[in-house]
Design a protein around this ligand. Sequence first.
Ligand code: HEC
Ligand code: HEC
Ligand code: HEC
Ligand code: HEC
Ligand code: HEC
Ligand code: HEC
Ligand code: HEC
Ligand code: HEC
Ligand code: HEC
Length: 430
Amino acid sequence: MKLSVVCISLLVATACLAVAPATFAAEAAPDNPDAKCLKCHSKKLKKALEDGETMILQVAGDEFEQSVHQVIGCTGCHRDVPKGKHPSRQPISSRREYSLKHNETCSQCHAAKHMDYKDSVHANMVAAGDNAAPVCSDCHSSHSIQQRAVYEPVSGEPCSTCHQDIYDAYAQSVHGLARANGNVIREKHIQAPICADCHHSHDITAVSASDYLRETCLECHDGAAVAHEKWLPNAGMHMKSVSCAACHSPMADRRVDLQLYDNLKQVPVAQQDNEGTYQARLEEIDAAGDGLDSVELWKLVRQGSRQGEAIDVTLRGRMEVTTGVDAHRLAPRGQAVRSCESCHQGGANGFENVTVSISMPDGRKQRFEADKKVLNSVVSVDSVGDFYAPGGTRIRLLDGLLVLALVGGLAVPVGHIALGKYLRKKNRKQ
Ligand code: HEC
Ligand code: HEC
Ligand code: HEC
Ligand code: HEC
Ligand code: HEC
Ligand code: HEC
Ligand code: HEC
Ligand code: HEC
Ligand code: HEC
């Protein structure tokens, strides 16, 4: 009875079809059992938890009535309640523990979302016991879940609840402003992106785990690769080795990050391997704790390569912005960093600050300070591999040619790029 009324009121035939086969309808007796629950749970009931906190047991009945789950009723999720005595006076150790347990119920009905979520950076953090990372109900709430449209407003909900500083930067960026003004890429009718459009909502990966974000940018801005080639020599290489934000977030501080990378498996090197953690190795090598110098870095890379199974460790250089906030402060194109000198001269913002990073089990980067000299030192040629640090002493010939390129326009860089490739090959052979 109840189910068919809901179907009519929703006026969504497919939703009814999706709901009808499931068995929870049997639990919804004609005299609305939810009202029974709410008789007590609309009151200010409380429960003392084992960790000393108090759990408020009051549920807003009107919000639940308006939610998508009105149709499944309270016991659609609280399957344990009708069984046995209620209230059961069962001890609950903490709010979080209760929440974790009851979120498993969500996955029983929304298996596809669970599959997306289960390998995400958030789920990995939850599995590792991180209480700040979100489970389903942290993003969706438990009792006032609305249709999908509600999760896509300009407010940045639900992400902004925890990533407020990033949301604030985003809101003032080209994308935040364009989204708020309803701007679209005209030819393609694509709206400017909000958090989930770039990061997804369930299968969110750590930003360092792959290059998927750059690809995401280029899916919308498919003319960008060609547009950069018009003024930037070897634009493809720049767009690989320099994060978009390093130029498009013009006020940001930059750094070079050297990520330990397994060339054989083509994945970032993981924190933990059979021989222990890199962190421990790193602390041993840099006993003084003053940041890795060239020799120490070389040792780290060498040690990595010698660990039991086949592994070929190198470092992947990338220029990026130093904070997650700056990564979202994208400015209109007129303000983007264009002058070559802002990177290609001694002491330029970016090459002064060097980190070495390792991938943690959840995919996020753990960074360690390194001496900026590692970029230029002869000792690190082997480990820093293909990354050419402008303004450095390592490959003076290339720097000389760069000056010529800057003076002589674009004709020289073409020859120069070819030479760059030659030098790289040479480096590899050494
Ligand atoms: C869509 C699933 C779902 C439905 C339907 C649902 N709940 Fe919950 N409820 C949860 C989850 C999950 C939690 C655990 C707390 C959290 O994660 O926010 C919870 C927690 C509670 C709590 C503990 C206090 C709290 O808010 O954390 C009470 C009491 C409660 N629910 C009562 C009800 C009542 C009464 C109804 C029906 C009016 C209902 N629930 C319907 C999922 C649901
Ligand atoms: C007679 C009043 C009453 C009714 C009816 C009632 N509850 Fe409760 N409920 C309580 C009390 C009191 C507690 C706190 C129990 C405690 O302190 O151990 C509680 C606790 C809870 C909790 C917190 C977790 C736990 O097990 O302690 C949930 C969830 C819950 N009730 C859901 C429901 C649902 C769903 C229904 C309807 C099927 C319902 N309740 C009906 C009084 C009631
Ligand atoms: C980090 C926040 C976050 C977490 C955690 C999360 N979701 Fe979502 N969910 C969203 C957002 C945002 C949307 C809006 C639609 C979109 O952009 O994909 C959404 C949409 C949905 C939808 C409807 C979307 C559709 O495509 O029709 C369902 C169902 C859903 N989530 C279930 C779940 C379940 C079940 C879990 C736990 C396994 C979960 N979500 C965990 C943020 C989250
Ligand atoms: C007993 C099955 C069941 C359980 C358990 C359940 N849901 Fe749902 N959920 C549904 C149904 C049915 C709908 C309505 C589908 C529709 O309208 O298309 C729905 C809708 C949703 C939507 C909106 C989807 C949309 O299309 O916009 C979200 C988000 C969602 N559920 C999240 C959750 C979360 C989070 C939990 C756990 C706290 C949960 N669900 C537990 C059955 C369930
Ligand atoms: C236009 C695409 C885009 C949008 C929209 C976007 N992000 Fe990002 N986000 C990125 C990129 C690219 C990075 C990585 C920057 C880098 O390469 O270091 C990033 C990094 C992050 C990080 C990691 C920050 C750190 O400390 O390293 C978090 C967390 C994050 N974003 C959350 C959000 C949230 C929350 C929103 C919505 C308010 C959002 N993002 C909107 C593209 C986007
Ligand atoms: C309940 C809090 C919470 C919510 C809600 C939440 N996150 Fe997170 N998220 C975290 C925490 C904690 C971390 C780990 C610390 C960090 O990187 O800020 C994290 C990490 C991330 C990372 C990885 C950052 C890295 O260093 O690689 C991304 C990307 C991200 N969140 C995006 C999102 C997006 C997109 C949403 C919304 C769909 C969202 N988060 C909602 C708590 C949350
Ligand atoms: C070396 C600095 C630099 C890097 C790296 C860079 N850009 Fe740009 N970009 C610029 C500058 C400067 C302009 C403005 C050019 C103009 O107006 O003629 C621009 C213009 C753009 C435009 C608007 C122009 C158009 O015609 O399409 C988009 C979109 C864009 N960039 C996206 C990206 C993306 C996405 C990335 C990363 C994959 C990226 N940029 C990397 C400096 C850079
Ligand atoms: C979902 C599509 C989408 C994605 C993904 C996306 N953008 Fe955009 N972007 C837009 C729209 C829409 C605008 C505003 C309209 C316009 O100016 O083209 C915009 C504007 C811009 C501008 C300003 C262009 C100008 O003319 O001033 C830059 C720069 C930019 N985006 C860079 C990026 C970068 C970097 C990424 C990836 C981190 C990215 N975008 C991801 C849709 C997207
Ligand atoms: C935001 C910083 C930044 C800006 C702006 C920038 N570059 Fe670069 N450039 C780099 C980085 C980082 C590398 C090293 C990349 C590598 O070796 O993987 C590089 C490498 C090069 C190389 C060597 C290419 C090779 O094949 O090894 C040339 C040539 C070059 N840049 C020219 C220019 C010119 C000309 C401009 C101005 C039109 C410019 N760059 C603007 C950061 C920048």
